[in-house]
Design a protein around this ligand. Structure first.
Ligand SMILES: O=C(O)c1cc(=O)[nH]c(=O)n1[C@@H]1O[C@H](COP(=O)(O)O)[C@@H](O)[C@H]1O
Length: 295
């Protein structure tokens, strides 16, 4: 009897850290946020409902799919439309995947370990409709509470971006607070560095990134954080609408600049709905970031 070949095992994708490093090298260090704010929907001539949300998001992917390092749909702006909005978020993740563009689902999840496992299942498990390539997570229930997400990300080749030094001014009092010699944000950075140790030993970028706002000035130094030692991707929101540009990126990240993925939402989306306008705005922003970060 001839042997019937068994189904090949599903290909395990390269770890997120390697994939995002490759995407940044190919397209420049820019992530564009898909943030369908009510004001932007109105400015694009779209209704503030799930149909408008869908038109908006698919236009962004049409314009930028395969052209930028990553897209970052902002979950709350989909959730505000209820289950129909969440269905659009699922479609965005699927369409971006077929456009071969990395997605970072910006849901900022964080919970006690037992229910964090359910969030990991929702956002990081193979086959889950909400699972993009990476997820933003909040470590403010303790870095250790994120363990189920770290484990699932590791098992499926996905990534995390852990909030560390956020772009908003209100974050400073909590994130810079000291526990002995180490700041709260510093402990988070140490947790990420430890999760990325194996990748560092192999000379590759780890998959556990941090969120470090492009607006924070000398914040990393003040919080006693060596961002380069994290050896993970550094998502830097705050570019564009929050006032940061190339100069701010260079000042914030110093020696860690080659790991930075600058992020802009309204600064690019304001150029829509014309797809050529969106692409031109994204290219300008990516070029500015590349000039500042690759110097
Ligand atoms: O995790 C994030 O993406 C994030 C963290 C942070 O510290 N600051 C920050 O602005 N963001 C997100 O980045 C996006 C910034 O949007 P714009 O200000 O329009 O570029 C929003 O979706 C924010 O929720």
């Amino acid at each position: 009897m001839p042997q019937v070949p068994s189904d090949p095992a599903p290909a395990v994708p390269a770890p997120f850290g390697a994939r995002v490093a490759r995407a940044m090298a190919a397209h420049g260090p820019l992530c564009v946020g898909i943030d369908p704010h009510p004001g932007l929907l109105a400015a694009w001539g779209l209704s503030d409902d799930a149909a408008g949300l869908r038109d908006f998001s698919l236009t962004v992917i049409d314009a930028l799919g395969g052209q930028v390092a990553a897209l970052k749909p902002q979950s709350a702006l989909f959730e505000r439309h209820g289950s129909a909005g969440i269905a659009v978020l699922e479609e965005v993740v699927a369409v971006a995947r077929s456009a071969r563009t990395l997605t970072i689902v910006d849901a900022k999840r964080g919970d006690i370990g037992s229910t964090m496992a359910a969030y990991a299942d929702a956002y990081l498990r193979d086959g889950s409709p909400l699972a993009g390539d990476a997820l933003t997570v909040s470590p403010y229930l303790g870095f250790g509470s994120l363990a189920p997400a770290l484990d699932m990300a590791h098992a499926t080749g996905r990534g995390l971006f852990v909030l560390c030094l956020t772009s908003n001014a209100e974050g400073v009092a909590l994130q810079h607070a000291r526990d002995g010699d180490t700041s709260v944000a510093g402990r988070i950075a140490l947790g990420a560095a430890s999760a990325n140790r194996t990748a560092r030993d192999h000379g590759t970028l780890g998959s556990i990134g941090l969120v470090v706002g492009a607006t924070i000035g000398d914040g990393a130094h003040e919080a006693g954080i060596d961002l380069a030692a994290v050896n993970g991707p550094l998502l830097a929101p705050g570019v564009g609408a929050q006032g940061a540009g190339g100069r701010e990126l260079a000042a914030v990240f110093g020696a860690a600049r080659s790991n930075v993925l600058a992020s802009s939402s309204r600064g690019v989306l304001g150029a829509g709905p014309d797809t050529r306008g969106l692409l031109a705005a994204a290219r300008r922003s990516a070029d500015d970031a590349a000039t500042a970060l690759r110097a």
